[in-house]
Design a protein around this ligand. Structure first.
Ligand code: NAD
Length: 353
């Protein structure tokens, strides 16, 4: 049995670590790695390295952080398992032309359950990105985060607004607090109020949000009336903020616009918005994915991949998540893929169970 790891376009995270190679070997499972896949984390010149073609032809399980196009998968020979992130909920996966004996698993379909937490790459990366968003804002801002008392006068602490208090948002709140900023946070899920407050931030409350308890940890679309009241509250908070971190997402849908052009124009000169929802349209009306936009003295950074900024730690978490996930496909070193495994069942996208 061989597990192969291949490189991905625009993503230098290494999905396999020496520690996890050793764990596979102990189970008599061989690892193959495309040449250079570990160069960003110093994992080089090891016996597992080979060409991409060798990995694709010899490995029984093939993992990549992404497959830019599916043509490589269409020409796979033999019975193979392919694991990656295909975003089927965004309509990005078209199985047309895939061989019948290939099974495809998409790790972004892993359910948000306690059991699946150790395999949840989206969560581990959201946590890193939440931290990095605040660091990015702190570096790029022309103001300081903490209060500074000097003989020349006192600098007030920065005011940060975090929109969306999920995994990324909570990490952003904690990071901004640690840097000495005052923090307000907002989320449609009223259940997060306590978590926000326990981090020392103020929760901006809007009454009457729709019940999302049956949505599996994802937010649900809100009524027009609620959205209008929400906008008023956010506008008040945005006008006094030096930094806004946007993390609000609706899975499989366009991100909600929560910071309008008018709100940006009412912000203080030199403020920064880091929009982590930019890949699905952004929470700020003016955001552009992977670009910096200047408007009315405000810098808007659109970046949904901030977890790629520090690839050594990102690779470590990714490689552990991937190891934990692939392990569920084995029993005593044998590939089994149990049909009653709810995590595998939810994440197998081709053919469907
Ligand atoms: P996400 O990335 O889907 O969304 C980010 C946040 O934006 C969420 O908190 C969401 O409520 C919020 N949001 C959406 N629309 C909004 C709007 N219009 N205004 C303001 N906020 C809005 O979510 P996430 O960060 O991945 O996680 C959400 C929840 O799921 C968290 O409670 C998290 O702990 C839980 N979760 C659990 C697991 C697990 O148990 N395995 C894994 C991942 C997440």
């Amino acid at each position: 049995m061989k597990i192969g790891f291949i490189k991905s376009v625009g993503d230098d995270r290494c999905p396999i670590s020496q520690k996890n190679i050793d764990k596979w070997k102990k189970q008599n499972i061989d690892v193959l790695m495309e040449d250079g896949i570990g160069s960003g984390i110093g994992l080089t010149q090891i016996e597992e390295e080979c060409s991409r073609e060798t990995v694709l032809s010899e490995a029984d399980i093939i993992y990549a952080n992404n497959f830019n196009d599916l043509s490589e998968l269409k020409s796979l020979n033999g019975s193979k398992i392919v694991v990656s992130f295909f975003e089927p909920y965004n309509g990005k996966f078209n199985p047309e032309g895939l061989p019948a004996n290939v099974k495809i698993f998409s790790m972004d379909m892993i359910p948000r359950t306690t059991l699946a937490q150790s395999m949840d790459v989206l969560s581990s990366m959201a946590s890193l990105a939440g931290y990095q968003a605040v660091i990015t804002a702190a570096v790029q801002s022309e103001r300081y985060f903490p209060m500074m008392m000097t003989a020349a006068g006192t600098i007030k602490p920065a005011q940060t607004l975090v929109i969306g208090a999920g995994v990324a948002g909570l990490q952003a709140i904690a990071t901004a607090k640690r840097l000495g900023s005052r923090v307000e946070a907002f989320d449609v899920r009223a259940a997060v109020k306590q978590e926000v407050e326990s981090l020392g931030a103020k929760f901006v409350e809007v009454e009457g949000s729709k019940d999302d308890s049956a949505a599996g940890g994802y937010a649900v679309q809100q009524s027009e009336d609620y959205l209008m009241r929400q906008k008023q509250e956010i506008a008040k908070s945005a006008a006094k903020s030096d930094v806004i971190i946007c993390t609000a997402q609706l899975r499989g849908k366009k991100a909600p616009i929560l910071i309008t052009k008018e709100m940006v124009e009412a912000m203080k000169f030199g403020s920064i918005i880091v929009d982590m929802a930019s890949s699905t349209g952004g929470n700020c009306e003016l955001s552009k994915d992977n670009e910096e936009v200047f408007h009315h003295g405000v810098k808007i950074i659109g970046n949904s991949s901030l977890f790629l900024e520090k690839i050594i730690d990102a690779s470590e978490l990714l490689s552990n998540n991937v190891y934990n996930y692939l392990s569920t496909m084995f029993y005593n070193g044998e590939l089994v893929i149990p049909e009653n495994d709810e995590i595998l069942q939810a994440s197998m996208i081709y053919p469907k169970y």
